[in-house]
Design a protein around this ligand. Sequence first.
Ligand code: PEP
Ligand code: MN
Length: 339
Amino acid sequence: MNCALIIAGPCSAESEQQVISTAKALSAQGVKYFRAGLWKPRTQPGTFEGVGEIGLQWLHQVKINTGMAVGTEIANAEHARLAVAAGLDFVWIGARTTTNPFAVQEIANVLRGNNDMLVLVKNPMNPDINLWIGAIKRLQQAGIQRIMAIHRGFSIYNSLSYRNDPQWHIPIELHRQFPKIPIICDPSHIGGAKEHIQHLSQKAFDLDFDGLMIEVHNNPAQALSDAEQQLTPAEFASVTQSLVVHQRTTNNHELAELRSQIDSLDTILIETLARRMQVSREIGDYKHKHNMPIVQTGRYNDLIQNRLDLADELGLSTQLIKQIYQLIHEESVNIQLKK
Ligand code: PEP
Ligand code: MN
């Protein structure tokens, strides 16, 4: 695996020994960015809330001992000031903080004009892309130069398979709108369990993410936070060795040919849709002239059944065709109502 930004390290810094030994094991595998949470935004009080300021010295030791870039999560202006004073190489704004524009603005004000420190913005807890975009814009408007986004999934009540719902279309849309902001995936907080890290990481690369942030602890069973999802350095090695990072080529002829077929088919699709809407308008005129109701349930039921049968015959998802026809029908009705 190469060409991707990999950030690894424990969920929380717990002791100098734990931090240094995890960092050395990761550095030996070529990892260049070391993470460790010092101020932990825990959902429930009374759980481990991080070692705080003292951990900055441990991160400094990691930097001296291994040469890795070091970083932590910041959630307010005070954390940001301490991170700058300690010479951290990167910080990230956690999911709970991205939901809070006041906190993000406070942090942006402290980091104003900074072009050394890398600032990563995790997605907000809830699937609201605008909060994520808003946080990125606050940092950009403060003149911060090096910004990246982290996808860590979205909180849901009673999650069945993962701790957080990935909703991959949201980071993909963010990347479409901000192509210059690299986006990295945090499979540890999406998955919430060790066994999900490998396939979520591969999926992120399949979707052209720029890197990963993975939680690694020298002794996960004894971890004070997120014990179930942290990998040992050896497990981390086997995950990263298995990952395939795809080539980004732009001059592949075979791909260009297939894409041009897609472009032509899309033109036919849209032209056909426009013709369909024109016929629908004519039907609207007819119904109006003959004083007929616009929606005729029997006709719609027959139509949808017929289209679903055809879709099935052609090996298309009937769920997809049903959704498309619901939208087309809604638009048709609106056109006819405007008569
Ligand atoms: C973390 O990275 O340890 C963390 C608390 O993440 P999140 O903000 O994604 O919950
Ligand atoms: Mn964690």
